[in-house]
Design a protein around this ligand. Structure first.
Ligand code: PEP
Length: 246
């Protein structure tokens, strides 16, 4: 069984003090831990990790270099020690107008720079209530994965938009059902890679619900927002991933 993957997404939160507080997170067999802080904390976070966990970015420039004020190129992130990048987070899709094409370009940039890429997908409440959640997510996965040209490590994070930051997590049954749909879509679109792609759940994961999620072998990991800002909670989630992996 592949290692479980636990990713903490700080969004635009944190401080150098919080970076420092993440030193000596639990290192558990069978679990890969990644923190994606705001870009300015990348280098200090790599230093604080002391090789015990890995570090990444929450987004990446769509181009390799040039006149793109405010952007960070994948190669730059890699140069200072990033190993992962998230692309297509719903907050980027909604607030920054990133469509599937932009997300695919960012994924390519990340892979070309040797970063492992997490592609985020997930339906809105409206799509779920209309009974279109599975078709919507399957189409997102298909669009993002089919357009990948560069080989490398890819994970999919299923993040229903209604569960992100809302305190209302998808139930383990809802998450498992969607992970199966995603796994099947991957088998259709990229049969040679499908088995190696880890599928994470994200959306109001915390120390309490992580254990129920990790009971299910379909859940290869979690993408954690708010709860990753609290070292004790994040550590508890890592331990939950570890006991399920054992
Ligand atoms: C996220 O940022 O991807 C996320 C899932 O946030 P939260 O855990 O706070 O819902």
């Amino acid at each position: 069984m592949a290692k479980r993957l636990v990713i903490g997404n700080w969004k635009m939160n944190g401080s150098l003090a919080l970076v420092d507080a993440m030193k000596s997170l639990p290192k558990e067999t069978g679990v890969d831990v990644v923190i994606v802080p705001p870009a300015v904390y990348l280098a200090p976070m790599v230093h604080a990790s002391a090789g015990e966990f890995t570090v990444g970015l929450q987004t990446i420039g769509q181009f390799s270099s040039g006149a793109h004020t405010g952007e960070v190129a994948a190669s730059m992130a890699s140069e200072v020690g990033a190993q992962w990048v998230l692309v297509g987070h719903s907050e980027r899709r909604d607030a920054h107008g990133e469509n599937d094409e932009v997300v695919a370009a960012k994924a390519e940039q990340g892979l070309a720079a040797g970063l492992s890429v997490v592609i985020c997908v997930g339906e809105s409440l409206m799509e779920r209530e209309a009974g279109r959640a599975e078709a919507f997510v399957s189409q997102q996965v298909r669009a993002q994965v089919a357009s990948l040209r560069t080989k490398g490590t890819v994970a999919i994070a299923y993040e229903p938009i209604w569960a992100i930051g809302s305190g209302v997590s998808a139930s383990p049954e809802q998450a498992v059902a969607m992970h199966r749909v995603i796994r099947q879509t991957l088998a259709d679109v990229a049969p040679e890679h499908a088995e190696g792609i880890r599928i994470l759940y994200g959306g109001s994961v915390n120390a309490e619900n992580a254990e129920q999620l990790f009971v299910h072998p379909e859940i290869d990991g979690v993408l954690v927002g708010g709860a990753s800002l609290d070292k004790a909670q994040f550590a508890a989630i890592i331990r939950a991933a570890s006991s399920a992996a054992a």
